[in-house]
Design a protein around this ligand. Structure first.
Ligand code: DUC
Ligand code: ZN
Ligand code: ZN
Length: 471
């Protein structure tokens, strides 16, 4: 069975050109000016005239099925990967949450079972919750099992936060094992003090979530973990950079030669702290950590994307229902589960505010949404571009179309949409995953359970490839 995509404009991280694409057995077999076929062949033809052909989005920051702290999140692998597919995402790397006392390897096996219902391909970043010596022994074993990244926290005192010694040991051992360490960099010890001070004054509204997590607490933690990674000579990936001050730490570390990569998220690019002030407690819908920042930070984040200081945009999709989950914190912002729904709109928001509004090029869009995540997280050259030999993970996108973002029309299993009513330029018309059409005219038609586990390459293998050096 063959598929040919005709007349589209192919966008990669480096090129824009018109060509046809031949897909066989889920893989891109040929790219040429005009691919012909005979009428007796069994060929599916998609005419992509006037449309862009992007490599499928790779979202390396998702929390599907995540029991984060006391509240379970609203999307599991069925609803979450349907939403992802509708939004142009063909692969995710999802966080796992180990139970107390569970080994990382056991936890991985458990999460592989959770993800069997996935519609799209998936990998995992195991979260290391707290430190114990076994963790160090397990890291090389994880790498052998196709896990080339982990996540650690400098916040959430008690159950997750690591001290500097623990950060150093884990970063070093992970780096030596070919694993890149993703870090949630906020100084949780200081934040907890600020929360107590705020609550004792009666300052309990959602906006105080932002005021008790000031940019300096993010910048300090970012700087510290970058210095620790530098000492350990280990690669480090700073997740969800929200502000100029934290980004500046990454820029300085890169100048010193630290193997540092930065990620931001669409909400830091498109929303700001004023949303936390919405009446009727609606600000709770926008509670995430790090918090939304003053608007002027957005310009710095876009500049960081454009100049390569930020390598990836990930969704940090971690949805909670407004009714019944977010509302738990009505009288105390620190009880609002932090996290927001985003997996479905990530691609559209970055395209709209980035490409359509002229902040980044089409090639840069592909680089941050697909190519860089694939390279940094060990999926390249299987995923992350449109080229012969790559999986046929493809988004066909009409730049003249548009879409209205709304809770009423979304696949995300949550009772609100962050961007309710926003009309974004461009429309995803088809999505292919390994050559199979999973979205048609914006509707998900792929079956859940067809997604495959992504065995990812170790970071050391990746480093040997020249492509990574441009970041
Ligand atoms: N921040 C995180 O670090 N994780 C989940 C959601 C969030 O807002
Ligand atoms: Zn985080
Ligand atoms: Zn997260």
């Amino acid at each position: 069975m063959k598929t040919i995509i005709k007349n589209g404009t192919i966008i990669t991280a480096t090129d824009i050109y018109k060509a046809d694409i031949l897909i066989e057995k889920g893989v891109i077999k040929e790219i040429a000016d005009c691919i012909s076929f005979t009428s007796d062949e069994n060929v599916t033809i998609f005419d992509a005239g006037g449309q862009y052909i992007f490599p499928g989005g790779i979202d390396v920051h998702t929390h599907l099925d995540g029991p984060l702290r006391e509240s379970g999140n609203a999307d599991d692998f069925v609803s979450g990967t349907r939403a992802a597919a509708a939004g142009g995402i063909t692969s995710i790397v999802n966080f796992t949450n180990p139970k107390k006392g569970q080994t990382l390897i056991d936890n991985l096996q458990e999460w592989k079972q959770h993800a069997e219902s996935s519609l799209i391909d998936y990998g995992f970043h195991p979260i290391v919750c707290g430190y114990h010596d076994n963790v160090l022994e397990e890291l090389p074993q994880l790498a052998e099992q196709g896990i080339s990244s982990i996540k650690i926290f400098m916040t959430n005192k008690g159950d997750m936060a690591l001290n500097d010694q623990e950060l150093y040991r884990i970063l070093k051992k992970a780096g030596d094992s070919g694993i890149i360490t993703s870090v949630h960099a906020e100084n949780g010890y200081i934040i907890d003090e600020l929360i107590d001070e705020s609550l004792s004054k009666g300052d309990t509204d959602p906006i105080f979530h932002a005021y008790t997590r000031p940019t300096v607490t993010e910048a300090e933690a970012t700087n510290r973990v970058l210095a620790i990674a530098e000492t350990a000579n280990a690669p480090v990936y700073i997740v969800h950079i929200s502000c100029a001050d934290a980004l500046e730490q990454v820029i300085q570390a890169k100048k010193r030669g630290v193997q540092a990569f930065g990620e931001t998220c669409p909400h830091y690019l498109a929303l700001d702290e004023t949303y936390l002030r919405l009446p009727e407690f609606e600000g709770a819908k926008y509670v995430c950590s790090p918090p939304l920042r003053e608007k002027w930070n957005q310009e710095y984040l876009w500049k960081g994307i454009a100049d390569g200081s930020i390598s990836v945009v990930g969704s940090d999709h971690c949805p909670f229902q407004f009714d019944g989950q977010k509302t738990v914190g009505r009288n105390n912002f620190s009880k609002i589960p932090y996290g927001i729904p985003q997996i479905e709109d990530n691609f559209s928001i970055v395209y709209h505010y980035g490409v359509h509004e002229g902040r980044i090029s089409l090639q840069k869009f592909v680089e941050i949404m697909s190519t860089n995540p694939a390279k940094i997280f060990g999926l390249y050259p299987k995923k992350g571009s449109i080229a012969v030999g790559f999986d046929a993970d493809i988004v066909i996108f009409d730049p003249n179309g548009s879409k209205t973002l709304s809770a009423n029309s979304q696949y995300q299993n949550v009772d609100y949409n962050l961007y309710e009513g926003t009309v974004v330029q461009g429309k995803i018309t088809r999505v292919l995953s390994r050559g199979e059409e999973i979205v048609r005219d914006g509707k998900v038609i792929g079956e859940h359970g067809r997604g495959q586990f992504l065995f990812r390459k170790k970071q050391s293998t990746l480093k040997a490839e020249p492509e990574i050096t441009y970041i």
